[in-house]
Design a protein. Structure first.
Length: 173
């Protein structure tokens, strides 16, 4: 069976000790069939997403965006998208998308504008990769900010807080 980019896997955090192939709680859903709480009578589920993938390598960032949109279409909530490690490169304002490719930065900006979900970059990872807001640019005596206005720079405490307020946390590598 080939790799289907439009499928997402849900697994309960309790099943981490069981191999995924043997886990009875693992379910595969096409993006268009994410279970809706409205149909089942259950309240919406709050999600925190963690993105490790840069925009120009792999499909983690694109998959996270597609997953977040599918969740919202199904009636769930995405409280925060936390970009970590190389994923902070998604917030670089100066990134130019080559002709013929989709503008991932613009798509993330539209997502947060439409939903109000926070797009948060890890401060340590952002500094290592030159992603700076006004405050950090002044602190390190740089010419100016390099971050898109749709993103914020936060510490790991904000990730922990988001995980505590969410029902589920999904990581994209």
């Amino acid at each position: 069976m080939g790799h289907d980019r439009n499928r997402f896997k849900f697994r309960s955090h309790r099943s981490n000790r069981i191999p995924p192939s043997r886990c009875p709680e693992t379910r595969h859903y096409p993006a268009s069939e994410v279970p809706s709480p409205l149909e089942s009578g259950n309240p919406p589920v709050k999600y925190t997403l963690i993105v490790h993938s840069p925009p120009n390598a792999g499909g983690g960032s694109r998959s996270a965006l597609a997953f977040a949109r599918a969740l919202l279409a199904a009636g769930h909530e995405t409280t925060r998208v936390f970009f970590y490690h190389d994923g902070v490169e998604n917030g670089l304002a100066g990134r130019v998308t080559p002709q013929g490719e989709s503008d991932l930065l613009g798509a993330w900006e539209a997502f947060t504008r439409d939903t109000g979900s926070e797009l948060a970059l890890c401060i340590a990872a952002a500094l290592r990769r030159g992603v700076l807001n006004d405050e950090e640019a002044q602190r390190y005596d740089r010419a100016g900010p390099t971050i898109s206005s749709a993103f914020t720079i936060v510490g790991l405490g904000q990730l922990v807080d988001a995980m505590l307020q969410s029902d589920r946390c999904v990581t994209f590598v």
